[in-house]
Design a protein around this ligand. Structure first.
Ligand code: PEP
Ligand code: MN
Length: 293
């Protein structure tokens, strides 16, 4: 690793690559995140009903997803928006897991809810709005579940790594970093997808890095292109919003793919995934350059 990066991120030694740790592979059910497999996590923004969740789970599994996403506790920008089904949502996620064998990732917003969510989820998601809530991070770490840490919308890379360090320092090395777009002066899209950060994180950190093109774009038409770019930058997986009828979704319908769009996106990823480095942690770019001469 470049010495200046080593110095710049010296405050978060546990997350940096070292001679002892060049790549962490987070085990979930019978697969790993951060290893050779590219892991797609897909599902609705919010869990709405048994039917909505189950048809989505069955569909995304058929197209290769390994993890079902779905919010039961929703952090919303407006207090008047749908706040999630809570424990009912967790139960529906558990039923979908039983039915499909998919692992479950769902957000936990409060320290108080960690034991409950950890009972139902295979991976605890820490949302963008909670990235700097260190007491929540500590509680999530202590649950022993893998933690999917979303980058805060105004967090620098150093802030992001600091939050990851808090989880590691609390005895949990199963952290997955997720780039989901940041706030910039550009307002045409919901956020600005900071793809360079994916490439940077893959160079400096041993933790798996995934991308959320849905929240980054905010518009479903842009999601497949951002997903392809994420693969090319070396991401270990994707977190993507899929809904049976996005126009009727209770949250984030504008950025959710319908089933046909999800299939198309997955098919369009195939050539990029073929070029992806099988060598753990090796930047995909090098292999692509080699393949394309
Ligand atoms: C989500 O994944 O549904 C979500 C709320 O994301 P973020 O925390 O990145 O806004
Ligand atoms: Mn969402």
């Amino acid at each position: 690793m470049r010495e200046s990066w080593q110095e710049r991120f010296a405050g978060t030694p546990a997350v940096l690559k070292s001679a002892q740790r060049s790549q962490t592979v987070v085990p979930v059910l019978d697969f790993g995140i951060g290893g050779d497999d590219f892991v797609t996590m897909a599902g609705p923004c919010s869990v709405e009903s048994d039917f909505q969740l189950m048809v989505t789970a069955l569909h995304v599994r058929r197209r290769g997803a390994r993890v079902l996403r779905g919010g039961a506790f929703k952090p919303r920008s407006s207090p008047y928006s749908f706040q999630g089904l809570g424990i009912e949502g967790l139960k529906l996620l558990a039923a979908a897991r039983r039915e499909t064998g998919l692992a479950i990732v769902t957000e936990v917003m409060s320290e108080r809810d960690v034991p409950l969510v950890a009972e139902y989820a295979d991976i605890l998601q820490i949302g963008s709005r909670s990235m700097e809530n260190y007491s929540l991070l500590e509680a999530a770490a202590r649950s022993g579940r893998p933690v999917l840490l979303k980058r805060g919308m105004v967090a620098t890379v150093a802030d992001f790594l600091q939050a990851a360090q808090v989880v590691l320092e609390n005895g949990n090395s199963q952290v997955i970093l997720c780039e989901r777009g940041i706030r910039t002066f550009e307002t045409s899209m919901r956020n600005t997808f900071d793809v360079a950060t994916i490439a940077l994180l893959k160079q400096i950190s041993h933790l798996p890095v995934i991308a959320d093109p849905s929240h980054a774009a905010g518009h479903r038409e842009l999601v497949p292109a951002l997903a392809r770019v994420a693969v090319a930058a070396g991401a270990d997986g994707l977190l993507v919003e899929v809904h049976p009828n996005p126009d009727k979704a209770w949250s984030d319908g504008e950025q959710s793919l319908d089933f046909a769009e999800f299939d198309e996106m997955m098919a369009s990823l195939d050539p990029y995934l073929k070029l992806r480095s099988p060598g753990v942690g090796e930047p995909a770019g090098a292999r692509m350059a080699e393949a394309w001469g």
